[in-house]
Ligand binder design. Structure first.
Ligand SMILES: Nc1nc2c(ncn2[C@@H]2O[C@H](COP(=O)(O)OP(=O)(O)O)[C@@H](O)[C@H]2O)c(=O)[nH]1
Ligand SMILES: [Mg+2]
Length: 293
């Protein structure tokens, strides 16, 4: 399906109006995207990931791409590596601006994945005026090479683009049985308890989302500090009936380091799904994604 359903009107009073006092940071002819990457102890991955994203950014001519690392004071020094990379000159980043303007870092206390995304998105929305914001992991389970495919869909008019492991062409090579079980279980819960029936991969953390949608409500109302944030954000997008599409991705095992998914995240995920199920009038907001006429 190549054309998204027509865009619904967003709320007239956005929760985070686009800053008007800021000079545009990219040429008027280009669209802009911010890649938000939460990190906790990703020192072994972060330098090669940022280097690879910068290389991809150079090949995408119609988009200005910037990166925000949301680090929770990782004890392994992830933040220090990012600070070092911020000092790289345009010559060795290839980025056509002054050193570091393509790479931003915020640090805070560790409160979970959802809390980090909430902080990161709010930082971007307050200080910049991008058209789209990506969600992406730091461990190479999300390939920077997929970024241009997301941007193509954004150009077509889709507002919420999900990298999906569970549609034709998507896969999760070499996963352990336990990880498969967690992921299948979480998606069953998100689809059939939280009611996101129209999406096969509700827990994917590789997404490209319109800033206009993210500005239209207060992210704190999602009340998801952990991994449940992915489900709650998608649920909010469904409720607002914005055009959603999935594109297939391969999601291999992390390149280095360990997963941070904990029991607390699993508990919060389950309870949030039940809360979403009983949110009043959910059934009045039919989804508006690729299956819509
Ligand atoms: N800032 C921040 N990042 C986190 C937190 N928990 C996980 N992450 C990051 O979120 C991304 C996904 O986490 P990961 O452990 O790979 O989850 P998995 O892929 O489900 O096993 C990685 O880049 C992590 O470093 C957190 O509490 N704070
Ligand atoms: Mg991971």
């Amino acid at each position: 399906m190549s054309n998204p359903p027509s865009n619904p009107a967003f709320k007239s009073t956005p929760s985070h109006p686009a800053p008007t006092h800021l000079a545009p940071t990219h040429p008027a002819t280009k669209k802009s995207a911010f890649i938000a990457i939460p990190t906790y102890n990703e020192a072994e991955n972060i330098e090669s990931l940022i280097t690879e994203i910068r290389q991809i950014a150079q090949t995408v001519k119609d988009w200005d791409i910037k990166i925000l690392i949301i680090d929770d004071n990782s004890p392994d020094g992830t933040g220090a590596i990012v600070k070092k990379l911020q000092k790289q000159t345009p010559a060795n980043t290839g980025h056509p601006s002054t050193p570091g303007t393509d790479l931003h870092l915020i640090s805070g206390d560790k409160k979970g994945l959802g809390a980090a995304y909430t902080r990161g998105f709010n930082h971007i929305l307050k200080n910049f005026a991008p058209d789209f914001i990506f969600q992406m992991d730091a461990d190479f389970q999300h390939s920077p090479k997929d970024i241009p495919r997301f941007l193509k869909k954004a150009e077509e008019g889709w507002d919420f683009i999900i990298g999906s492991r569970y549609i034709a062409g998507g896969d999760y090579p070499n996963w352990s049985f336990k990880r498969k079980l967690y992921s299948w279980g979480a998606n069953l819960i998100a689809r059939f308890i939280a009611g996101i029936y129209n999406i096969e991969d509700c827990t994917s953390g590789f997404r490209c989302i319109s800033a206009q949608f993210l500005r239209s409500f207060d992210l704190k109302t999602l009340k998801s500090d952990g991994y449940a944030f992915q489900m709650s954000l998608l649920h909010a997008a469904n409720k607002k009936r914005i055009p959603i599409i999935q594109i297939p991705i391969l999601f291999p095992n992390r390149r280095s380091g360990r997963s941070k998914l904990g029991h607390k995240d699993i508990r919060e995920f389950f309870f949030n799904a039940i809360k979403l199920r009983f949110k009043r009038y959910r059934w009045l907001d039919p989804p508006n994604n690729q299956k819509a006429p």
